[in-house]
Design a protein around this ligand. Structure first.
Ligand code: COA
Length: 324
């Protein structure tokens, strides 16, 4: 028994913030942001919009594309680091919103920007072991809420959005393999303080700044190295040559990180789905947003071999080899 991506969906908040808008807010330039990151604009949630608000339309589109109904969904795995509540988790909230049949598991996964790959790997196991016949996998974030808008080194990067896929059982291999990794020794390189359990006077000084904190150039180096290794690992697991890949669907953090992985795979940029210019870094939403873009504009076709990869705070990283 295998699992297969039966449908994809995405949703972005209406408000767009361009590099020009950021020039007026902080000491930066459009030229610097484009040159160092590839980002030109990003979508930012309105004050009343939450992570689950963004996830709901993305999930509905994925469900429709899969040709199923909300009541067919029997498992929800929701990747986010910016949940609506401490609990209930976003998966449970989405189950109720969509009108899914109650009873199946619904839970969230937190692995920062690698979250969607972690969620996909978990849902794949549910479907392959017959615990689920229709799983919804979501990556959705409101990273604008944990961004320090006076910090030009991070505020230019992060953004909001949601993407989703529906996984169904299949006779032929769909998700060929998933590869997840973490290395906590890098925990201070990219993190967001302000955790619930540390919200006490004892941690007051260090937790004051509840915003993304990052040593950008270190993250860059570790990301390039880790992603280079994990894409090799994914290909080796299926004994496939890199020439077999039809599309690289990478985490959209920085065009230079994406280009480095494409070079490593000897893949021309025409075979890479790139949305970073329009979306910025939407963390767990970035891979399913890019996947949906490639599917809906007709580049990704049934039967294509896709290599999904992501890297995030923790640090965490992973890849999935998928026959779409
Ligand atoms: N606008 C203009 N200048 C900026 C700037 C901005 N928004 N942000 C930083 N700078 C300046 C720095 O102050 C520094 O100036 P100095 O040389 O006078 O000290 C200079 O640009 C270079 O800074 P540096 O941090 O070395 O730049 P960089 O080339 O490494 O680019 C990042 C910075 C953040 C774009 C890059 O390191 C990066 O993308 N890293 C990965 C981050 C990431 O993807 N995180 C999420 C992973 S999931």
């Amino acid at each position: 028994m295998y699992s297969q991506i039966a449908g994809t969906g995405a949703h972005l908040p209406e408000k767009i913030v361009t590099n020009g808008d950021l020039e007026r807010m902080m000491d930066t330039t459009d030229a610097w942001i484009r040159d160092r990151t590839g980002i030109e604009r990003r979508h930012i949630a309105a004050d009343h919009e939450t992570t689950v608000d963004l996830a709901e339309p993305a999930a509905r589109r994925a469900i429709e594309a899969a040709g199923v109904r909300p009541e067919d969904i029997d498992c929800i795995v929701f990747a986010t680091s910016t949940p609506d509540y401490v609990f209930p988790n976003c998966g449970v909230l989405l189950q109720q919103r969509l009108g899914c049949r109650p009873g199946g598991p619904a839970f969230s996964v937190e692995a920062a920007c690698s979250g969607f790959l972690y969620a996909l790997a978990v849902a794949d196991k549910f479907v392959r072991t017959s615990d689920s016949s229709c799983a919804l996998v979501v990556g959705a974030e409101t990273f604008s809420r944990i961004t320090d808008w006076s910090d030009r080194s991070t505020a230019i990067l992060f953004a909001d959005g949601a993407g989703a896929v529906v996984l169904r059982p299949a006779e032929r291999p769909g998700i060929l393999s998933t590869h997840l990794h973490a290395d906590g020794s890098y925990k201070d390189m990219l993190y967001c303080p302000g955790g619930v359990s540390r919200d006490t006077p004892a941690f007051a000084s260090e937790e004051r700044r509840k915003a993304i904190t990052m040593t950008g150039n270190e993250v860059f180096k570790v990301a390039v190295t880790s992603l280079g290794k994990v894409v090799d690992e994914a290909l080796a697991a299926s004994r496939l040559d890199r020439s077999a890949i039809d599309w690289l669907v990478p985490h959209q953090a920085n065009i230079r990180i994406i280009q480095a992985t494409a070079r490593k795979l000897d893949l021309p940029m025409e075979r890479v789905i790139v949305t970073v210019q329009d979306h910025g870094n939407t963390s767990a939403a970035s891979v399913p947003l890019a996947l949906d873009a490639g599917v809906r504009d007709g580049r990704i076709k049934r039967g294509d071999l896709l290599l999904l990869e992501a890297f995030g705070g923790g640090v965490t990283w992973g890849a999935a080899l998928v026959r779409y």
